[in-house]
Design a protein around this ligand. Structure first.
Ligand code: NAG
Ligand code: NAG
Ligand code: NAG
Ligand code: NAG
Ligand code: NAG
Ligand code: NAG
Length: 414
């Protein structure tokens, strides 16, 4: 299955991670790999956008697909395409794809200028399509609701416009996010969790960066700042307004399904903001009467990374392949089926049913994560806890890259 909505978000996050922490990635000789992974996605997204107002948002039929358990390399089943267009619009998915392409155009600006221009052209067309033909993609194509249901498109419009502003410097986009649409979509004052469905917190944190340019200072940006601060203050465990959505072991815990996406996304935002504070010489974060330093945010980010890598009550690393004790029954077809097995669609389920550990290790996969009581059930059909996703991987790449060194003066941000 190719699910376009979370895949585009994956690309946006990878781009953001590279823009912030490309220098760190280079130090550990991973920058080329990460750029290649990003290009793998953006090449696909370019192909998925064959004309201005058409975007293919899904390859495969999830109902049929879930009746099979087989290796992707040997699949022969039909994989039908689903698109959004002017009669069946998908503002959220088109805008997220625009964000992915605009952010990636920044990544490739020096390395591959022609490709960067191409991405930017697609991004602007897609944003225009998203904004002109408004509709939630999971209402236009209700069959996607069971998998990647979208709860609205206002956040993606703001997020995409923020990235387009960054990529083009065109003030129209800044006005779009602030005076034109802030009131309708920004949900100021209400902290939210950053994830594939909701980009508001990411947009707020990103906008703090633009405040360093005096021409960008306005009331709307102040409201973005206040909301971003509310998000960050909630994350700090010792603040006067800490979120209660946390396990006893200290992990941000928001939902039974794929909880780690929220923990890692929160940690990534806190880390990025702590680095913005250092580069912009903002000494303190004000939380309801208390003042915090960049180091407090960094410590929080580190606490989430440490938990995920094994400092937790289970003493388990949730990053597959890392440490000596990590999930052995990841919900992953390629990992669970031996490489020379000749099983097809339905008889492949014997590999899902098998009680043996996965024969292949999906190195680098970040699973869904623990229950609220800090425990984890390592069982192959436990997709709620044991299914890795591309967006989890992109987020953990961002978080770990940011933690590689504590030299926080961001140089790669263009
Ligand atoms: C527009 O998208 C809908 C939903 O995916 C699809 O059923 C329809 O065929 C598309 N329209 C055209 C002209 O392809
Ligand atoms: C999808 O989201 C919409 C909007 O939030 C909601 O009304 C609908 O019930 C959701 N569908 C499913 C299957 O959860
Ligand atoms: C799978 O099929 C290939 C080619 O048809 C054959 O060479 C191989 O031995 C088969 N493997 C198993 C485990 O049966
Ligand atoms: C796998 O287990 C399910 C549920 O127990 C069973 O219905 C199915 O037949 C099994 N499939 C195979 C191929 O072993
Ligand atoms: C932890 O929570 C899960 C899910 O609610 C539950 O199934 C499990 O029994 C709990 N484990 C312990 C040790 O309380
Ligand atoms: C795996 O879990 C799904 C969803 O909970 C369930 O429908 C299916 O029957 C389970 N399969 C097996 C083999 O246990």
């Amino acid at each position: 299955m190719k699910f376009g909505f979370p895949m585009a978000f994956t690309a946006t996050i990878l781009s953001w991670a590279i823009l912030e922490y490309g220098d760190h990635m280079k130090q550990v000789k991973e920058l080329d790999h990460i750029q290649d992974s990003l290009k793998w996605i953006t090449d696909y997204l370019i192909n998925a956008h064959p004309s201005d107002n058409v975007l293919y948002i899904q390859v495969g039929d999830p109902e049929l697909d879930h009746k099979c358990w087989e290796r992707p390399e040997v699949m022969t089943e039909r994989r039908p395409l689903t698109q959004v267009n002017i009669s069946y619009p998908g503002t959220d998915v088109a805008a997220e794809t625009a964000a992915a392409m605009a952010s990636a155009s920044l990544v490739f600006r020096k390395k591959n200028p022609a490709y960067s221009k191409l991405l930017l052209k697609h991004a602007e067309q897609l944003f225009n399509f998203a904004d002109t033909y408004r509709g939630t993609y999971s209402i236009s194509t209700p069959q996607v609701q069971k998998y990647y249901n979208s709860t609205g498109y206002g956040d993606e419009l703001l997020w995409a416009a923020a990235w387009l502003y960054h990529a083009t410097g065109d003030h129209t986009y800044l006005r779009y996010v602030t005076v034109k649409n802030g009131n309708s979509f920004a949900n100021w004052g209400i902290p939210t969790w950053f994830c594939w469905d909701n980009k508001l917190a990411g947009t707020q944190i990103k906008f703090l960066w633009f405040e360093r340019y005096p021409r960008c200072r306005n009331i709307a940006l102040q409201l973005y700042r206040k909301t971003a601060e509310a998000v960050l203050c909630g994350l700090l465990p010792s603040s006067t307004t800490p979120t209660s959505q946390r396990t006893d072991g200290g992990l941000i815990w928001v939902s039974e399904w794929n909880v780690l996406q929220y923990s890692v996304a929160s940690a990534f935002l806190a880390l990025v903001y702590s680095d913005y504070m250092l580069t912009s010489q903002t000494k303190t974060l004000y939380c309801n009467g208390e003042l915090y330093q960049p180091m407090d945010l960094r410590k929080f980010a580190l606490s989430q990374a440490d938990y995920i890598l094994g400092s937790n009550p289970m003493k388990m690393s949730y990053l597959v392949g890392y440490g000596s004790y990590f999930p052995q029954y990841v919900h992953h077809r390629g990992a669970s089926i031996p490489k020379d097995a000749n099983t097809s669609c339905s008889d492949g389920f014997k590999w899902l049913n098998s009680t043996d550990p996965n024969p292949n290790v999906a190195i680098g996969a970040l699973v869904g994560g623990p229950f609220l009581n800090d425990t984890y059930s390592d069982s192959r059909n436990n997709s709620q806890q044991g299914e890795p996703t591309t967006y989890n991987s992109a987020l953990i790449v961002g978080l770990l890259s940011g933690l590689i060194t504590s030299s926080s003066v961001v140089q790669s941000f263009t």
